[in-house]
Design a protein around this ligand. Structure first.
Ligand code: PEP
Length: 269
């Protein structure tokens, strides 16, 4: 497995992660990752200062692995989902150990599209997270409230409850990333405000502190996701508890995604 660019000694290195969803076949994936690496290299991006990850469809992962290894690209990658079970009779599923064999660093778990379209419950998401950790992957666990939840319970209650369900199932020392993605902000062009993102990120970090201790809370990265673009990333990255972004639509354009990754340069954070 490729080493994730973070350790407690490093602190919380910001992570900009591109969720491609069901876009790009394996040939398009190779072209995209090559162009992204060139674009960031040309701009002298410091990969030690801001980590860059892409989440291609399963069928692209072997091609991305081969390219990244052959050209020694400083880009990490992961899958968009994983099966909660060990290899066996689960038609159509992908085991965490298979992803580890493909040098995936991360795996997205509990994206709102999986919760909504595929009926994934907190229980399933917790089991998937435990399976990912068991295989040596770093789960990037997505939590977030719907517009209705926001109205009824306020912003933090649902994301915190979703995180608690995952924390019930994983070892206290596990390495994981949390992405706060308000469902109403995903793909809507209407991001949360940086202050809203900070409020929930801070509640999520306080939950990690209460459940796993202050050190775990200090090193665990909490990302914001939902209509992030090059022209709004800076506001999120200025928040003390926001350690990066999970980017959907804007991660499909090399120049746009590269500009988000380089937020420190072009917006003077
Ligand atoms: C997502 O799907 O994780 C996401 C954040 O999408 P978008 O950036 O398009 O809102």
């Amino acid at each position: 497995m490729a080493r994730v660019n973070r350790s407690p000694a490093d602190g919380r290195i910001p992570l900009i992660a591109g969720n491609w969803k069901m876009n790009f076949d394996h040939l398009q994936a190779i072209a995209f990752v090559q162009k992204l690496a060139w674009s960031l290299k040309d701009a002298r991006h410091d990969f030690g200062a801001v980590e860059v990850a892409v989440f291609p469809p399963f069928t692209d992962l072997r091609s991305v692995q081969t390219l990244v290894a052959a050209d020694k690209l400083p880009i990490v990658y992961g899958a968009q989902d994983v099966c909660a079970h060990a290899p066996g009779a689960f038609t159509g599923e992908i085991a965490a150990s298979f992803l580890a064999q493909l040098d995936c660093s991360y795996v997205l778990i509990g994206h709102s599209e999986r919760r909504t379209f595929y009926g994934e419950t907190d229980e399933v998401i917790a089991a998937k997270t435990a399976a990912a950790i068991g295989a040596g992957l770093v789960p990037l666990v997505c939590v977030g409230e719907t517009a209705e939840d926001l109205e009824t319970h306020g912003a933090s209650a649902v994301p915190v409850a979703q995180l608690n369900a995952v924390l019930d199932a994983i070892p206290k020392t596990a390495d994981f990333v949390v992405a706060y993605e308000p469902v109403w902000a995903i793909g809507s062009g209407q991001p949360a405000t940086p202050e809203q993102a900070q409020q929930v990120a801070s509640a999520l970090r306080a939950t990690i502190a209460a459940r796993l201790g202050d050190e775990a809370a200090a090193v665990t990265r909490v990302l914001y996701g939902g209509s992030v673009k090059a022209d709004n990333i800076a506001g999120f990255m200025r928040q003390p508890d926001v350690d990066g972004a999970l980017v959907g639509g804007a991660s499909l354009d090399v120049e746009g995604f590269s500009a988000i990754v380089r937020y420190q340069k072009h917006v003077g954070v």
